[in-house]
Design a protein around this ligand. Structure first.
Ligand SMILES: [Zn+2]
Ligand SMILES: [Zn+2]
Length: 108
């Protein structure tokens, strides 16, 4: 289950993000991308950056918000067509592809 926290992007950070995002636009509010978690630090995706494999995130905790550029999580799901993880490298909690219910395990 995905974290239900949303954050309105502060105006100054939105302006800064727009200058960094290749598309030149970012959402005015973002939802935390992490699976439901215990910590009070949330991460919302603002934009993919021009640098391959890097994205701009809004990180918030309490009333503090930060813009941070983070490399994509390199861990893909099992199998040759493994689904990629939509989070950033070094994130806490599960990978996004682990969020689905576990398939029944095979005996043996
Ligand atoms: Zn969260
Ligand atoms: Zn991951």
């Amino acid at each position: 289950m995905r974290c239900k926290h949303w954050c309105r992007v502060p105006l100054d950070l939105a302006q800064e993000a727009r200058q960094m995002a290749p598309a030149g636009c970012v959402d005015r509010a973002v939802q935390c991308q992490l699976p439901a978690h215990e910590s009070n630090e949330h991460h919302g995706l603002l934009a993919e950056l021009a640098t391959y494999g890097t994205a701009l995130w809004l990180r918030w905790r309490g009333t503090g918000t930060d813009l941070i550029a983070l490399p994509d999580c390199p861990v893909a799901g099992p199998g040759t067509d493994g689904e990629g993880c939509c989070l950033f490298a070094g994130h806490a909690e599960l990978h996004t592809w682990q969020n689905a219910p576990e398939p029944a395990s095979y005996a043996g």
